[in-house]
Every structure is written in structure tokens, then in C-alpha cells.
Write a protein of this length. Structure first.
Lengths: 300, 300, 300, 300, 300, 300
């Protein structure tokens, strides 16, 4: 406990060792056999369980939980007695939790309220709210959503039509389908099945299964998503409520109004996602930072 | 040669037998060992090679060619001495040719200038201009088109942009593509890459590989075709010129202006064809008869 | 018309040629350009359309229909001027029909009331009632059955239980199924779901898709069929009525009582058909001749 | 070493920390840098290597081995400073071993004498005697069995017949097979190839590859297992000896007499396991607890 | 029978029609309802069964057999009353047989002693001795060979070593194989397992399954063939004896000495055939005409 | 710090525990919460980060880096209080690095300068210079090579010919290819495309994807590698420079002169690697120890 910068109400347990440069907030809990190096910033109300080291370059924001024997590192190509010019930074953002014995590679950012599974080996950035597990870690879900399987669950409209969801303004649509011996056909008309004028389409394909797309909101753009081949999942989030949808048939459309945070993931290898948009492309329409999104939602 | 209704200049060869009810046009050629029943109509300038029987219910329009030993029938479920209530009709339209030893099942229509390959067994209608072979017969091409492989041939635009084709007003488009580690994205904007306002989309999928779709023209509708998964072929025909295109990539678009006869076929099992249209659905927009199409084109 | 053995009421048309050894029944119809060799037996009420040759060794029973340009042969390895020691025999049984331009290889037997499709090339024996098409010809159905798709059609019981069929005594059973995270389980108890004591099971697998199995009835044996993997079709026939069933799920059982003629065909490559039987194996239990089966049924 | 409840002969090494509520048996070994919380029960002769924490809710029975840096946890959804209403319980049963650096998720039970591989991440219950490895951990074998590959190993009967195994009363059977051009057929007759009357069959299918089925014994029921498609493995255990069999062909049957503990696992995706049983279903026949099974075996 | 050029001993049957330009050899047999056009050459001892037409441009060499209703044609793109500038030539070489009702497309050559199956539709040249069936016709075997399955048949050497075959000088070799956990390895040393110095290798791959390669002999070159992936068949022929081999494993080698006619066919899609040769490439080494090969063999 | 055998300049941090039998070199760094048992040898300049135990039987050579919470073990089948007769040895060779929280199973050797990824579970020996990650750990690359994709990268010759590489004497060859409708053919002639006389070929196949082959050099042998099916990677190393090549087409050859260390890995399941060699097999030609190879290179 060599550091002078430890906040009020922070508890440090037995056999812990804190180097003098570390800055630690208030109401934290540092358990037995922990080790805290110098270039470290730890926010308020952080829990660090036994057997954890926080190396130079690792910063933890408020309300982070670090499970027992979680292991950070700060050199991605270590050789004995060869100190890198600068240590890579690892940032764990507000409210994230890291499960027991997980390994966090250097240079990664773990998003707000993300959940790292026990034993996971985190090799790349983790988005806000994502749940990751495995070695290497992959996203398996998002906090606070309940998956809805559009093709099978009774919750999706059986006949052509639309239904409300848990997320403000988001609607799930069953589009018309005409099947005969020559194959199947589905369609949507602008300002009819697709509830806005169509000024643009875009198509996403060849997505590696581990990848996440979307992760942004639009200020004024309306979108309508249809997965024309294969399958993907879409998380829609209005800042308060969140729901996960499986798009797995050309007749299943998902309408996202403006100011909806959207995430697409778990693409099958052969997935083709078509998106119809209410306007031409405008880079200024995008909100790409989740904190900014939350602020804008709060202002409304 | 019992029939009194045989046109001027028609030649009938040795060992042929024509029943009295048959009506045969002028300048025909009926070779050795042919047999013509009563309820038969044969147009002008028809060739019937050796060993062919034309049964009650089989009608041949002008300029038809029937190869040697071609076999028609007029009862799809024959039992000895059980005469059907009425014979099924077979119609071979103007200018069609039937290759040597082909078999034509009863009740079929063979379209104008279609070409039936030698030895083919025709079990269903054959569209105008189609070339069919095999047992059962399948469409392998269309008369007068040169296939153009959109994904490979140098004729398709390499960079984003459009190029003219052999068919009046039809253009082939290479759409923009953005590729990164998260997958690929292509897009089209209305009145920009897609050269008209988009009021409707439709998607065709689950097409059995032997099926043909399209086979019609529109009086005023503009269409833009993109094959988002798998591969299909499109024949475009302005009434005078004809060209065949392979659509095999989400970035390859085909624009069909009004008054273009379009045929889609050779879908792969996994093909998904998206079509953008300039107007809402209107059944009256369709021209479904090729002869009517040719007349309308001629009037313009 | 050199033969003295032609029955009463038989018509022979123009350009036909009958060698003296042929024996032809009454009420037949031999059309133009036919040729009948010597070692030929033709029953009563047989139709032979134009362009057909009946070679030495080909025998046609009563009520056979031979379509135009149908071609028989009697030497499976012909070389010019090398006459085989004996011609192979071809037998077309009572009531069978051969479609236009079909080819019949030497040495084949075509069963009673079988239907050979136009243009088919028949390379092996054809069972009674079978419908065959293609080159080489394959069985595509059976005369007088309506296929019933057990897994999808509403006609199959949805919940566990049994239902009657069109065939006397044959019942279609939906067996209980228990599904949980560890997989699925179905079962049948003797004298309960399986309506007899079980003294034997047998399993059929690795069936080439073109093959037909079964084609027999049992005098006293009860059988219960379940397709445990893949899919096959079963035709059940009580001598008067006939029905075709698709077995495509482990929970779909078909009960065949004694004196039911059964045929299994259209096995998928991976099909595994399990049969439970009410008694140990007894070769004397089998009725393998369809005519004998019909006689025994008639006696009851 | 704050706890008063530490058994005779237990050694506690340097830098270890034991909270006062913990109850620890005799002859244990707690190595350097270990931490033991309050709601903890540790049996006799337990080894806990360096760097391990035993949290509230984790109980270890007698003779358990916990390797170095093994990490337990007791909250499956941790957030900093949000204490769950009750900690989830983890139970490690008698004689189990946990390899170095393994991670054990909260709420799991690890069965008697199970072996957790080094580095494994255990996310679900582990059966008695099972060996698990990987992230997430999967069963890769069972302690004390030698796998016998029924289809290939010379140990399986080549011709039809039965052979003894290492396990009391269990026999491995090669069933008759009849192969011809129409496919293959195998069979078993009750009280003949199947050594008991057959009163019931059941079929297991659609088993996810990671699942284990069986894991029970029957007091009086005889069973005969045949894998009709795909492949699975069966472990048979008479309480003293244990052997593992691969069932991979319809002609390979495994007879399990009463009082045999049976486990089925490593199902291929397409596996179909048929089981014939000597009696109707009776829930009371099952012994589902391995300890109870061992007691009942001992009584005999 | 208008032609003056008909050889001695040739029989012409009823309702046949021969145009004056035809030239027909001696000892032929022209059956009922045949038709022979003008630009036709027919050799000696040719059999033409009923219902066959021989059109302008079709030439038949000595000893050809043409089955009943076999159909030739001489215009590959027929339209009524549009006579091609020149008819395409069809040549049926010495000793070939054409089965009943086969269709021969114009412009094809059918090689010496080839056998065309009944009902086949021949769309491309047929090599000497080949047996073809189907629509379109594919090679299914070669006259006078007995297939030997190298990987399974007991005839192939089990242990490393070579064995003689039915063909002069051709030997079948089992090469050494070393299998361990890291995979398998096989080898051949020049002048040891490979019985000549190696001066060249070549590799054949991506062969469409319908294609035939080889079909030539070498005057002085030694070759050693090994199929390193997939499977293909090789026919070896010394002019007197012929044998067919299946190469389906990297350890199975086939040695072809000089003056061996070799044919490779029935390549699987993934087949890779490696050939080691005793000399550098020399185009003059090839004998590509089977008749020339037979002459050269006879001279030896 | 009970050991008397600790070298000059070695630092030992807080809460560390060193048993008296350990021998530790100079200039080492042993961080907090480490534990060093007795039968341990640690070289000079070794770094051991926090939370690591070095058990009896684990030896670390000079310049090894051991990351935080790395876990060794010395008993592959641990049971509490059952001490093995002898502990298995683990050897980490000169210059190797072990990433954070990795697990090293007992009995493994980690080669010189190998790099073990964070969180990896090492279950088998790791070759010199190899980079491994995952659970279980697999080789993902080699230190100091840049992968060159032979089939796609512009660096490979487009037309037939050879090009130099970064490694002394190693050349990459594009071989001639002849493509026509009958398939593709490539070839190489001895002393021409293959730059030496060919006295032997060997073929490697059925390589499990996790396996590495090669890992040796030859004193005088020349080799030429072509991957005839599938794909594999080859690392060539002259002792100073190293380069990795992808062989993925039959026309891409890699020449390795004598005194080149070669490694082959990342075989696809269907890979077939053919190697042509300049001499017959001679076991004495092999250099199988990388250190010996480096010495021999240095002598030249």
C-alpha cells in the first residue's frame, strides 16, 4: 500500500501490494494477493478479487468488477528483459464485469456494461453491453435482450402484417409471399409494407460469423431490414429498452425508426441482409458513440 | 393420300398415308413412311421427315420442321382399346423445329421458333425461342442470344458504372462495393445508381432449377435486377435484338426499361433475385403473349 | 400379312408386314408401318401403333398397348451378322402400356398394368402397376395410389394415435415423442402402440435410390414400419384399394396387417427403415406373385 | 488462519488466508497464496494448490484435488458492489480432481472421481468418472475404460454371434446381414439374437453432440442397443469394471443385463440409437444415482 | 431400290426405299421401312434394321450394325425449307453397333467396334471400343475389359510389390506407405519402385467427369501412373488384350511400357493423376490413331 | 527465499516463496506472489511475473519470459495425496515466452524462442520459433516469417518461371499449365523446371490439420515441393532469414536447396503434397535438431 492516492472507503485486503503511482477511487474493494502497478487509474466502486494484477497501462472506470485470478497484460510480444517503448493501454469502461480467470490481451477496450465470461480470452475490443465467452472470446449475446426467433416464435406475425415490439417505434413485419411451382416471391411497396419512401437500398454479405455490424443510430433515417438468405440477429435499443430479433426469412422485415441503436451479429456464412432506407446516404446522420446516443435520447 | 385438302406444291413421298380429314398447307414436304390422321392441321412450308405420325389433335403451324422418327402422342394415360373422351391437343407454333427422334408428350405447346434437340423427350410447354434437350427436356439456351457472364467477362463494367448492351435501352451496371474485415456492402440510390424512383421491391427465391420465370414485358414499368445470392441468367429482348446475361454478384445490376421482354432461368438452388420497380404493382402493366409484344413493338 | 394365325376382329393397317410364324389374338389393332416377326405371341385386344417392330422373342399378353415408334430389341450385344444362340425373351404382361417412342431392352419383363412413359428406355424389369420414365427408366409412382406425405399432410395424426387409411386394415400411427435438451426419444410398446407382440425386428439400409423392396404380402404376419432416418415411401394394397405413404420421421409408424401387398421405394440415400414383425422368420409366409395375391384375396 | 475448525494433520502454507467461518477436515494441504472464505466446507485429505480461492458457497468433499491457480466463482452475473441474494453453490464430490488453472462456473456439481483437465472452463455439471477438457469443457472420456471400436477392432465378432466383455453379463453381438443389389438388411429375433422377449423399443435421435444420455441402471430390465445410423459410444459399468464400446453399424448390438450402469455419449449428429427392452416402461425400474447404484451392487 | 450400286448378296426387305446415288456393299441386310438417301456409302456385311433412314452425309463402314428405329440426322440446326450449305458428315467406323432407337447427332464419328446402347442420344464422338448409354450418351465402359478395382480387389498386391496383368508388360504396383500420427507418406524411387529413370512428371486435374484423356500410345516412352487424390480408371491395351484398372489410392501405381494404348476416364471431380515419364516431352513419340497403333503392333 | 543458490542481480519481490533446493541464475526477476519449489532450475535473465508457481520438475533456460498467472503442473493424472513415482519434466528452452495466464501441461518441451499466446493451454511439445494460441493450443505461425500467398500475391510468378525469395537459395516456381475442355495439365522436367535430376518422389497426405511435418534440414539433398490438391504452408529458414509460403496450386513449386530448414503445416484436410528429391533416401542426410542446424550453418 505504497500509493498515497487511494479514495475514501476503499478496502485493501491481506497480501495486496500497491505501487506508489497508482490512483484509486473511493469505495473500492481490493482483495487478497492483488498487485497494482504505477501507471494505473481505478475509478470509484471498483471490485478487484483475489489474485489479480493491474499493470502499467491498464485503466478501470467506475463500477468495474474484476473476478478472481483475472489476468491482464501490457505487452503483446513479451521477451524477457526487453521492455517495449510504451506499454499498450487497456481500458475497461464504466460498469463492465470481467469473469473469473479471464485473460485480457493488451490494447483492448471493453465497452460499458459489457460482461466477460469466466475463462474467456479477450483478443479484441468488446462493444458496450456485449456478452463474450470462449478462447478466443466471441460475442454470444447482449445484456438485457430476450432473443425473439422471428421465423418460429408465435410472437412474429403469422399472416402478412406488422406488430409492435418492446422497443419504442420498432415494428416486426410479415411480408406477403406468393409460392407456386416456379418458386417463391415476396415483395414490399414503399409507403405500404415498407412504411416510408425508399430512396436507397444497401446489402450486407460475406460477413465473417464473428463479426458485428451496425452499432450505431441515425438521427432522422428510417430503415427496413430483411434477411434475404441465411440468417442474422438484430438488437434494437431505444436507450431504455432493448430486444433481439432473428431475421431468417425473406418475408420477415424489421422497421427501425430514427433514434434507434441497432446492432447486427451472428450472421450465418451465407447471410444476405438487405436494408431499405428513407434517404440518400449522409455521414452526418450517424450516431456512433453509445454514450452520445444515450445523451441524445435523454434530451428528447 | 386420302385427304382432299392438300395445298399447292406439297410433296408426299413413298409409303406415306394421309387420312381424309387432314388439312395440309402448301409447299410442304411429307417424307417416306409418314402417317397423318384426321383431326390434323398442318400449315404452309412444313417439313415432316420419314417415320413420323401426326395424330388426331396435333396441329403444326407454318414453317415447322419435324425431324425423322419424331413421335407425337395424344393420350397421356393410354390403355389398349380405351379411347379418351377427347384427345389432348398438341400445338407446334410458327417456325419451331423438332430434332430427330424427339418425343412430344400430349397436351404440350411448343412456342414460336423454339428448337427441340434430337432425342429430347418434351414433357411440358416450351417457351418461344427456347432450346431444349434431354429426357426430360430442359431449357439449355435461347435462340439468338450470346451468353454474357457478368462476373467474369470483360464486357461487364469493372469499376462502378453502367454500360450499354445489344438490347435497346438495357444497361448493365457495376454497383459500388465496400469491403472490410466486417464483410462486404453494396448499395444503390434511387435516381442515381438505380435510374428511376423506387416504389416497390420484390424478391424471387427457392426457384427449382428447371423453372423459368419472367417471360413477359411491361408497358411502362422500369425494373432493376440484382442477384444477391447464387446465380441466374436473364434474357432481355427488345423484339429485334436479344442478349443473355449472367447475374452472379450483388454488385451486378441489370436495368430493363419498359417494353423489354424479359426471361429469367438457370437459377442456382440458392439464388435470390431482387428486383426494384418504378411503380406499385399493376396487373394491367403486363404483356404476357410474345406475339402481342412483337405487335406492340412494331407499332412504336 | 403372311401369318395364318390372326384372331377374329383384328385389324391390320397399311404397309404392315407380318411374318408367317406369328400368332396374334382377336380384336387387335396393328397400325401402319408395323413389322411382326415369327417367334411372336400377341394376346387379345392388343394395340400396336405405327412404326413398331415385334421381334422374335417378344411376347405381348392380352390388353397390352404399344405406342407409336416404340422399339423392342432381342440382342443385348448386337454385332452385324452375328446371330446370338438364342434371342432374349421380352414379356409384356396383361394390361401394360408402353408410351410413345419408348425403348425396351431385351430380356425384360413388364408387369401387369405397368405404365411405361413416353421416351423411356427400359433397362430392367418393371413391377406390376409401376409407372416408369426417363433414360434409364426409373419408377416414379404406382398406378392408382395417391401419395400421402406423413410428415406434413394434415391427414397424418398430429398427436400420438392411429388413423384408418384407404386400405383395409392398414393404419397410420403417430408415436409419442419426448424432446429435451439432450435430444429426442420416441418409443412403441408391444400390444400397445405396436398392435401385436414383437417377435422380430429387421432393418433395411443402404438402399440405392432406384431400388424397390418389399413387393410381397404375408399370409399371417403383422408388420409395423418406422423410417428412423431419411425417408422412404410405402405403397399398401389390399387387392382392391391402394395408397402410398411417405415415412419420414421416427414417430410415424405404418401398420400392415396380414394379406396386404406392400412395396417400399424412393429411399433416400440415408434411409433406415425398421420393421417390427409379429413372428419369427418363415419363408412360407410370403406371397411373392401379385396374381397369386389377387387370387387369394378373391377367395376370402 | 482465522478459522477454529481445521482438522488434525492439515497443513497450511505461507501467505494463505482462511476466514473464520470455514470448516476444513483433517490431513488436508493448503498451499501458498490460497484464500478460504466463510461459507466453505472442505472434507478430509483435500489438496489445494497455490493461488486458489475457495469462495462462499463452494464445498469440497473428501479426497478432492484442486490444482494451482484453479479459479472458482459464486456469482454467475457479477456486477461490482451488487451482492446476489444468495451465492450459487458449487459442489465437488468425493475423489474428484481439478487440473491446473481450470475455471469452475458457479452452480455446478462435479461428480465423484471426475477429472477436470488443466485449463478447462467448466460451465455445466460433470458426471461421475467423466474426463472433461477445453473451453467450454466437454466430456472426452471416462476414467477406467478402454474404448473398443466395435466396427473395426478385431475384438468385435466378425461373423454373426456374441462375445463376452470386461463387464459382468454384458455381451457384444454381431447380427446377421443380408446384402444384395437392393440394399442391406439386418435382423434380430426375440429370445434368439436378442436374448430376451421384446416388449418395448425406443429410439434416440437428434442428440446434440455434446450431450450425454443414459447415466442410469435398471433393477430388472434387459436392454439391447443397436446404432442404426451414425455412431455413438456406450460405457457399461457393473460397479467394479467398466468398458467403452463404439456402436457404429446396424449389425452391432450391445446387450446390457439388469444392474448395469450405462452411459451413452459422443453421438454423431446423424446418430439413431434403437434400444429393445424386455418390459414396458416403469419409472421405478431406474437407478439414477451412481452412489445408490454402487450400494445396491455391493449388497448383491 | 432406285440405286444401281448394290453389292452381291445384299437383301432389301419390304417397303424399303433406296435413292439412286447410294452405294451399298455386299452381304448387307436392309430391313422393312428403311430409307437410303443419295450421298450415302454403306460397306460390306452391314445390317440396317427396320425404320432406319440413312441421310445424305452418313457413311457406314464394313460390319456396322444399325438397330431398329435408330435415327440419324444431318443438320444440327434444322429449320423448315432452309437447306444448309453442306450436310454435316457422320461416320460409323468398322464393326461398330448402334442399339435400338438410338439417336445420332450430325457430325459425329463413332469409332471402331464401339457399342451404342439402346435409346442413347449420341452428341459427340465416340472413341474406338467405347460403350456409351444415356441421354446425352456417356462412356460407361470399354469392350473387352474387365474392371479391376485396385484398392479393394484381392488381385492388387497387398504388400509393397508389383504384379503382372493381362496386358503385355503392364504391371500393377503397391507402393510403400508409412502412416503415423502426423499423416501418411508414400514414395517411389527411380529405377526401383518406378522401373525407369524419371525425367519428367506431369499432373492431370480438374477433369470434367464426362471426359476421356489419354487415348494414345507411345513408341518408346515408359510411364508410371499414380492417382494421388480422388479416383480414375485406366484402360491399358496391347493391341490384343485389354484390361481396366481403378486407381484410387496414392500407393497404387500402374506401369505402362512403350507400345501400350492407354485411356483414362471416369475421373472423380477431385481426381489428381500424377504420371512419371522416362523422357522429356517429345510430340513425335505419340501414336494417336488406333488403327495405326494396331498396324505398328502387328509389325513387331 | 529459502534457497542459497540465487544468482547475482536477481530481484525477488513481495510475498514470493522460494524453497531451498531451487537453483536460480543471475539477473532474473521474480515478481510478487510467486512460488518456487525445490527441483527447479532457472537460467539467467529469466522473468517470472506475479502469481506463477514453478513446481518440481520444471526447468527454465536462459532468457525465458513467464507471464502473470501462468500455471505449470507436474502430474498429468492428479489425485489428492497420491504422489506420482516421479514428476514429469517440463522444459522451456532458451528465449521462449509464455503469455499471461497460459497453462502448460506436464511433460512438454517448449522450443527455443517459441511464443505461447495469452490464455493458451499447451498440451504437446511446441517447436522452436512456433507461435501457439487457443485451448488446446495450436500453431498459428512462426516468429519472423511473413506469410506469402503463392496463389494470389503478386510476389509469385504469374507466368511460368522462377523467382528468388528472402531465404538463401530458395526459389518459388510457376510451372507451365495447359488447360482445355478435357481438364488441366501441369508438368515439370528434371534439370529444367525442376532444377536437379529426380531420383525419388514422395507424397504426403491425410495430414491432420493440427500436425506439423518436416522440421528438419538436409545436408546435400535438393527438394522441390508441389501441393497437388488442397493447400499447405511451408516455412523455409536458412538460419538467418525465414519466409513462409502458401502452396495451393499444382503449378506452384518451391525449391529448397541443401542446408535449408523446412517446416510444413496448416495442411487442409484434403492436401496432397508431392516432393521430388535429388537422391534416394538416406537417413544420414537429415539434420533434425535446430541447434545443430544453426551450428552447421555458422560453420559454413
Amino acid at each position: 500500500m505504497e500509493s498515497p492516492s487511494i479514495g475514501v472507503g476503499t478496502r485493501v485486503w491481506a497480501f495486496a501490494h500497491i505501487l506508489p503511482g497508482a490512483v484509486i477511487g473511493s469505495e473500492c474493494n481490493l482483495c487478497d494477493h492483488t498487485f497494482i502497478e504505477n501507471d494505473v487509474r481505478i475509478g470509484d466502486r471498483v471490485t478487484i478479487k483475489c489474485g489479480v494484477q493491474i499493470w502499467d497501462g491498464v485503466w478501470l472506470e467506475d463500477d468495474v468488477f474484476v473476478g478472481p485470478n483475472v489476468t491482464f497484460s501490457n505487452d503483446s510480444h513479451p521477451r524477457s528483459r526487453q521492455r517495449p517503448a510504451a506499454f499498450e493501454r487497456t481500458l475497461v469502461k464504466r460498469g463492465a464485469s470481467i469473469g473469473a480467470n479471464a485473460t485480457i490481451l493488451p490494447g483492448t477496450t471493453i465497452g460499458e456494461r459489457a460482461m466477460i465470461g469466466a475463462g474467456a480470452v479477450v483478443t479484441r475490443d468488446v462493444p458496450p453491453l456485449a456478452i463474450v465467452t470462449g478462447n478466443p472470446a466471441r460475442i454470444v449475446g447482449y445484456e438485457g435482450t430476450g432473443a425473439r426467433d422471428g421465423g418460429q416464435a408465435s410472437a412474429a406475425p403469422d399472416g402478412a402484417g406488422a406488430m409492435a415490439t418492446l422497443v419504442r417505434g420498432v415494428t416486426l413485419h410479415r411480408l406477403p409471399e406468393v409460392i407456386d411451382l416456379r418458386g417463391s416471391l415476396t415483395f414490399g411497396e414503399a409507403e405500404n409494407q415498407v412504411p416510408f419512401p425508399i430512396r436507397r437500398y444497401f446489402v450486407v454479405y460475406n460477413v465473417p460469423s464473428k463479426e458485428v455490424r451496425g452499432e450505431h443510430a441515425h438521427k432522422t433515417l428510417h430503415q427496413f431490414l430483411v434477411c434475404l438468405h441465411g440468417r442474422c440477429r438484430v438488437v434494437a435499443d431505444d436507450g431504455a429498452d432493448r430486444e433481439e430479433f432473428v431475421l431468417d426469412h425473406p418475408t420477415l422485415g424489421l422497421y427501425l425508426p430514427p433514434m434507434t441503436w441497432g446492432i447486427q451479429y451472428k450472421y450465418t456464412e451465407d447471410a444476405v441482409l438487405a436494408v431499405f432506407a428513407s434517404d440518400w446516404y449522409d455521414a452526418k446522420s450517424y450516431i456512433r458513440d453509445y454514450s452520445e446516443f444515450l445523451s441524445l435520447v435523454a434530451e428528447r
